[in-house]
Unconditional design. Structure first.
Length: 326
C-alpha cells in the first residue's frame, strides 16, 4: 500500500495528511500495513508526527519496531500531535506526556453564520463583500498562478518581520508530493489574488478537509481569509463532506482536566505556558486561538506530546527548534 492508501485506511488525526509533506519520512516494517511519520532532529532525536497509522491491533507492534529503529541509531523519540488515547498508550510505555495544544473542528452539518458567536465573522465577511472580494477554487496550478502565490508568500513573510519562524513540521505546503491531493481556494480583489488557503484531505472518524496553509497579502481587504473559509465550507458541505477542520494550535487550551495521570511533567507545562504568551513570532498561539474560536467550532480536542525515556533538555530543545518556537 502507498503512504496515501495507508493514511486513507488508518489515519485518525485531522492532521494526519501532514505526514505526506515532502521532507517528512515514513517508517514501515515488514508484515504490518502501517507507517509512522517522523523527522530527524539533530543527531540524537526523532520527532514523530501523530500516532502510528495502522490498524489498532497492529499499532503496538509498529510502535515497538519504531522504537527499536530509533534505539539502533542511538536516538530518542519525541511524539507530537497525539490524540488522547495515543498519548495514554505512550504513558503506559513510560513516556513523559503533556498536552501540547488543541485542534478545532466544525461539523458541517451544523455549520451556520448565524448567532452571536459569529457576529465578528459576519462583520468581516461584510467588509470583504463591500471591498469586492471574490473567492474561487483553483483546480490548475500554472506558472502564472504559482508565481503569484510565491509573491504573496514573500510579502506575507516580509510583513511578519525578521524574527518570526514557521511551524514547518506541523503545517502543510503548496507543492511537494501531496500537491495533487490538496485543494486551493483564492480570494481576489480588483481582479488580483490577495489571499489563498490550501486544504488537505482528512480521513478517519471525522472525514472532510483541513484548513491548512494560509497566506494573505498585507494589502488584502479585511475579511479575505474569512471569505475563503466560508465559501470553502459551503462547497465542501455541498459535496457531502462531514467536517471542516481548522487545524492544530500549540500552547492553547492547556487545561488540567486534559492531563494524563501519572505522566504529566510540571516543568514542561510551565515552559509551554510561557511560550503561549509570546506574540512576536509568526505562529502566535493566542492570535490563532482567537481566529479559530470565532467560528464557534463544534469540537475542541486536546493534543499531546510525549518524550520517550522522559523529558530531557536536549529533546525539548530539538522539538522547539523543529516546530519553530526557538
Amino acid at each position: 500500500m502507498t503512504a496515501v492508501d495507508l493514511l486513507r485506511a488508518h489515519a485518525r488525526s485531522s492532521s494526519a495528511f501532514l505526514a505526506y509533506n515532502q521532507d517528512t519520512e515514513h517508517f514501515q516494517t515488514p508484515g504490518i500495513n502501517g507507517l509512522i511519520a517522523y523527522r530527524p532532529a539533530g543527531r540524537r532525536h526523532l520527532v514523530q508526527l501523530t500516532g502510528p497509522c495502522a490498524a489498532e491491533v497492529d499499532q503496538p507492534a509498529l510502535t515497538a519496531a519504531f522504537r527499536a529503529f530509533a534505539a539502533g541509531q542511538g536516538r530518542r523519540i519525541t511524539a507530537v500531535q497525539l490524540l488522547k488515547e495515543e498519548a495514554a498508550a505512550c504513558a503506559e510505555l513510560g513516556y513523559a506526556v503533556n498536552q501540547l495544544g488543541a485542534s478545532f473542528s466544525i461539523d458541517l452539518a451544523q455549520f451556520t453564520l448565524r448567532g452571536g458567536k459569529l457576529a465578528e465573522t459576519r462583520n468581516r465577511l461584510s467588509q470583504a463583500r463591500r471591498a469586492g472580494v471574490q473567492v474561487a477554487e483553483e483546480s490548475t496550478m500554472d506558472t502564472e498562478l504559482a508565481l503569484t502565490l510565491a509573491a504573496i508568500d514573500q510579502e506575507w513573510l516580509r510583513a511578519k518581520g525578521r524574527a518570526v519562524k514557521q511551524l514547518g513540521f506541523m503545517v502543510g505546503e503548496r507543492g511537494g508530493r501531496g500537491a495533487a491531493h490538496r485543494r486551493l481556494f483564492v480570494a481576489r480583489a480588483a481582479e488580483r489574488i490577495v489571499a489563498y488557503i490550501s486544504f488537505s484531505p482528512v480521513y478517519g472518524p471525522r472525514p472532510g478537509w483541513l484548513y491548512d496553509l494560509t497566506r494573505r497579502h498585507p494589502a488584502a481587504p479585511t475579511g479575505a481569509i474569512e471569505s475563503i473559509i466560508a465559501h470553502a465550507a459551503e462547497v465542501f458541505r455541498g459535496e457531502g463532506a462531514d467536517w471542516l477542520h481548522l487545524g492544530f494550535t500549540p500552547f492553547v487550551q492547556l487545561h488540567p482536566e486534559h492531563r494524563i495521570p501519572g505522566a504529566h511533567n510540571r516543568i514542561l507545562d510551565g515552559v509551554m505556558r510561557r511560550i503561549a504568551g509570546r506574540e512576536r513570532w509568526l505562529y502566535s498561539a493566542r492570535t490563532q486561538e482567537r481566529f479559530k474560536t470565532k467560528w464557534a467550532p463544534h469540537l475542541i480536542e486536546p493534543e499531546y506530546l510525549a518524550f520517550e525515556h522522559g523529558l530531557s533538555l536536549g529533546a525539548g530543545y530539538r522539538l522547539l527548534r523543529l516546530i519553530g518556537a526557538l
